[in-house]
Design a protein around this ligand. Structure first.
Ligand code: NAD
Length: 370
């Protein structure tokens, strides 16, 4: 038997619990068929935690998250809590997790499953076989830099201020994550900034190069300006393997890359922090989509983004790459077999519910593991 692995599940709100249910099924399957067992706990986050405890994340849940080997989150938010003050909203629960776990590297893969090449806005030959990883710095940069605010000038005009700041260590640690990832992939990193017009970009480029030269000289490193990168992502996305970039550019470029692959219901993500003395890295895995209140409770949600997020947890927190591959292959095969949830429905395919999609995925895992 493999040793226990502490996994905290936070289904959250809306479709969160529905898609998490399908992950549970796969976990039960792994327990039975792969002899991989998890030490599972489940707790509330977001609106459901507000309803039960008056806060979007209790201190107890925060402690469990800090002690877990990985946290799997569904989604938070919904109209029921929209009118709460900003600091009491469901999203604060997620923000607290990210902040206190110090999750500075956000991994957003953009993979195109063959069966869905037609869902992309680009020509099939440009996206077929696409597999890129965007690593976005998540805890610094212009979204956090000081000074910030809106001030009124003596002449009555108003001035909005945000400040882009990066320190050596903030750049180096996220670049290390990117180089380590590249070593397990196609061994190529493209570091992206605007060194032509921003001093923080000059520093970014120098530090990315420094970490490379000192610690990862075997990885192929290129540098690109962010505007060119946006253009290249829609011109020839397959030229990239790993892209590493700051918080602001990463926000834009990861959404741009995501749409190369079709639907929100297919997109996983991971956020990683530092590794502790025991080798455990703080990590949170969640789909890119939100709680989708418009379809919540109707068995319509696509569970694949959630399941692929779990596959990322297997790969990056539990070193179970073979099991992660198995899940990704099961997704590929079920799609190739013609099953589609409503969000990725195409003519001539079979429209299925969340539950049926989950069943089909486990059925496919059974076949693959036979
Ligand atoms: P959303 O991602 O929830 O939904 C956008 C659209 O995509 C909707 O039409 C929805 O039905 C569809 N969709 C999303 N995921 C899907 C899935 N798995 N299967 C099928 N269809 C899917 O974004 P939104 O509507 O802007 O936000 C709804 C709520 O979610 C808000 O309260 C927002 O604050 C919250 N939100 C939370 C997160 C998070 O928890 N990380 C992220 C984004 C939005």
């Amino acid at each position: 038997m493999a040793s226990n692995k502490r996994l905290l599940m936070l289904p959250g709100d809306g479709i969160g619990p529905e898609v998490m249910r399908e992950v549970r099924r796969v976990i039960e399957w792994m327990d039975k068929r792969r002899a991989v067992s998890f030490d599972l706990s489940e707790d509330l986050v977001g609106g459901s935690a507000i309803d039960a405890h008056g806060t979007p994340l209790t201190d107890e849940t925060m402690t469990t998250a800090m002690e877990a080997d990985a946290v799997l989150l569904g989604a938070v938010g919904g109209p029921k809590w929209d009118n709460l003050p900003f600091d009491q909203k469901p999203e604060r629960g997620l923000l607290r997790l990210r902040k206190e776990m110090d999750l500075y590297a956000n991994l957003r893969p953009a993979m195109c499953f063959d069966a869905l090449v037609d869902a992309s806005s680009l020509k099939p030959e440009l996206v077929s076989g696409l597999d890129i990883m965007i690593v976005r710095e998540l805890t610094a940069g212009v979204y956090f830099g000081e000074p910030r605010g809106i001030e009124t000038l003596p002449n009555g005009q108003r001035k909005g201020i945000n400040t882009q700041t990066y320190t050596t260590s903030e750049i180096r640690r996220v670049c290390r994550v990117a180089y380590e990832l590249a070593q397990k992939r196609d061994n190529r990193v493209c570091s992206v900034e605007k060194a032509n017009v921003m001093e923080s970009g000059v520093l970014w480029r120098e530090e990315a190069q420094w970490v490379h030269d000192q610690e990862f000289a075997g990885v192929e490193l290129g540098h690109m300006y962010a505007d060119n990168c946006a253009m290249q992502l829609v011109r020839a996305p397959k030229q990239f393997d790993v892209i590493v970039t700051d918080n602001l550019f990463g926000d834009m470029l990861s959404d741009c890359a995501a749409m190369l692959t079709g639907s929100l219901g297919m997109l996983p993500s991971a956020s990683l922090g530092d590794t502790d003395a025991t080798g455990r890295r703080r990590a949170l895995f969640e789909p890119v989509h939100g709680s989708a209140p418009d379809i919540a409770g109707q068995d319509l949600a696509n569970p694949i983004a959630m399941l692929l997020s779990f596959a990322m947890a297997l790969r990056y927190s539990f070193d179970l790459a073979e099991d992660a591959d198995l899940i990704e292959t099961a997704v590929q095969n079920v799609l190739a077999g013609g099953l589609r949830t409503a969000d990725i429905m195409q003519p001539g395919k079979a429209k299925v519910s969340t539950n049926v999609m989950g069943e089909a995925l486990v059925g496919e895992l059974n076949k693959l593991a036979a």
